[in-house]
Design a binder for this molecule. Structure first.
Ligand code: PDD
Length: 284
């Protein structure tokens, strides 16, 4: 059975959803997106995702003519119509279809294209959370505005393919000798003396919604956290390394470039933070 998607002004079956070849998302990757997790049929941290969407649109002078309430209704309706208990909702907005290929932005009479669809997948019972991920480092070749959540994801795909070809689950990106983030997640480590560390926000990383929720949890539990960059060498010697995103929550990394982290088993900080994150949404 086909799933429902939202395209521009209405719901339609996925196989009937069509976007023009002149759409700027297709020709220039001129668009932004959000991925919101669904657990027990409920959206997690939806409003934080919408705030970041507004920020991404502002950064690219992309108009966002749909009120957040309307976008929320679309998300909830698709989750219900597609019977998603666990998974995610993907939203993408592009600068629309000016009817030709032209590098310059079209004038504001060209309406943006809005696409929303759902994907069902396991996030609560992900077996990788029990065993931990095997990851490899890879040069961060992305552009210099990684703080904007654009649909230009080829560098992330290339990093994931490089990891796959080495038999690893995913890649951690390195720029100027320091870890920026993972290919589609933020990165944390616990130092040998127990200090939790994650890179500070800048144009080099995406301001993750899950990362922000974890910082909040740490503050509530009076767990100190240091926001600074760290190198692959420091990560190899760390007690724990883990990554965070809407689709993985808190995911331990137990092997990095062939080095076992924390003896090759998920550590207690990642496990506790994963539980605390789920408890925050009544999903534990
Ligand atoms: N990716 N960094 C990058 C480069 C990301 O692509 C993502 C999310 C994150 C984590 O952000 P958040 O906690 O808000 O999901 C960090 C999504 C899940 C994706 O592209 O599918």
């Amino acid at each position: 059975m086909s799933s429902w998607v939202w395209l521009n002004e209405d719901y339609c079956p996925a196989e009937h959803a069509r976007v023009s070849v002149f759409d700027r998302g297709f020709l220039f990757a001129d668009g932004v997106y959000e991925v919101t997790a669904v657990v027990n049929g409920q959206l997690l941290d939806f409003h934080a995702h919408m705030q970041r969407l507004q920020r991404s649109c502002q950064a690219l002078e992309l108009s966002l003519p749909w009120p957040v309430g309307k976008l929320e209704k679309i998300h909830e309706t698709l989750v219900a119509r597609n019977h998603v208990q666990e998974g995610s909702v993907y939203l993408q907005i592009t600068r629309g279809n000016p009817g030709k290929r032209d590098f310059h932005y079209p004038d504001t009479s060209v309406p943006p294209t809005l696409v929303v669809f759902t994907q069902a997948h396991n996030i609560l019972q992900d077996p990788r959370a029990e065993r931990g991920l095997s990851m490899v480092t890879c040069p961060d070749i992305r552009w210099q505005r990684c703080d904007i959540k654009t649909v230009s994801l080829l560098a992330a795909s290339m990093a994931k393919m490089a990891a796959q070809s080495q038999g690893a689950d995913d890649a951690i990106l390195v720029r100027d000798g320091l870890i920026t983030e993972a290919s589609s997640a933020n990165c944390f480590m616990v130092t040998p003396c127990g200090k939790l560390v994650t890179r500070a926000l800048s144009q080099a990383i995406l301001p993750g919604i899950t990362r922000a929720a974890l910082l909040d949890i740490c503050q509530q539990h009076q767990l100190g956290i240091e926001t600074r960059a760290f190198s692959p060498d420091e990560a190899y010697g760390a007690r724990e390394v883990f990554i965070t995103s809407a689709t993985t929550f808190v995911m331990p990394v137990t092997r990095l470039d062939g080095n076992l982290i924390g003896g090759g088993r998920p550590g207690s900080v990642a496990t506790r933070l994963r539980k605390a994150y789920l408890a925050r949404f009544g999903a534990a």
